[in-house]
Design a protein around this ligand. Structure first.
Ligand code: TYD
Length: 204
């Protein structure tokens, strides 16, 4: 049987990366095979594309180039890492996936929904997650948590941009209600982890 594909989404500072790590540990304690990866990156080529995407100096990047670079990194990751793992029956946990492109490049940057979906369907051969966690916090709180570390190109966008990302995710959660699980990102880490494990058990 093909493995399950589980993605973790949300705005900056929503706590999803912490939850990916806790979920990974849970799988390992259960002696279940799990592959953990993230976007953009996760392959040698993807990591180079990531450097370009997050470089705060490259302010001239246009939204179409941005969308194509994210989907290029994704195509590489699907082929080299995600698809082979799923085919081998492993669970894949991915920190961000297509929904990030829809929230950031469509809702916040203003690109056309159908175009970005088409590019991504082509890049991934139509592979969509079985389950997507959305960690919900306000843009104010998320950006507040990110203060103190060196801001990358996307983090340098202001509060208005991140509010649009936040609203975009809410739209996606309605549109793709069958695979989205909504989590209150203000809850204590351990409590969130319990909700995550409960939902994962349902799809395994
Ligand atoms: P990263 O440092 O991985 O941020 P985070 O810890 O918030 O996941 O940086 C990834 C950035 O790229 C983040 O600001 C979201 C953005 N992004 C997009 O705009 N589109 C995409 O398709 C993806 C995968 C990420």
């Amino acid at each position: 049987m093909a493995g399950r594909f589980i993605t973790f989404e949300g705005i900056e500072g929503c706590g999803k990366s912490t939850q990916v790590e806790l979920a990974r540990n849970w799988f390992q304690r259960q002696h279940r095979e799990v592959v953990v990866t993230r976007e953009p990156g996760g392959t040698a080529i993807g990591d180079k594309v990531r450097e370009i995407l997050l470089d705060p100096e490259l302010k001239e990047m246009v939204p179409r180039a941005e969308a194509l670079l994210y989907s290029a990194s994704r195509a590489q990751l699907i082929t080299q890492v995600i698809k082979p793992a799923l085919d081998a029956g492993k669970t894949v946990l991915c920190d961000r996936y297509i929904d990030s492109s829809l929230a950031y490049q469509v809702f916040a940057r203003g690109l056309d929904f159908q175009t970005v979906i088409s590019i991504n369907e082509w890049a991934t051969d139509g592979l969509m997650p079985d389950l997507t966690f959305l960690f919900r916090i306000s843009a104010e709180l998320g950006l507040g948590r990110a203060i103190g570390r060196q801001a990358d190109r996307l983090e340098q966008e202001g509060l208005h941009f991140h509010r649009m990302v936040e609203a975009g995710y809410e739209d996606l959660a309605v549109k793709y209600a069958e695979r989205f699980v909504l989590i209150d990102g203000r809850d204590p880490v351990e409590q969130i982890h319990k909700q995550v494990v409960e939902a994962i058990r349902m799809v395994l």
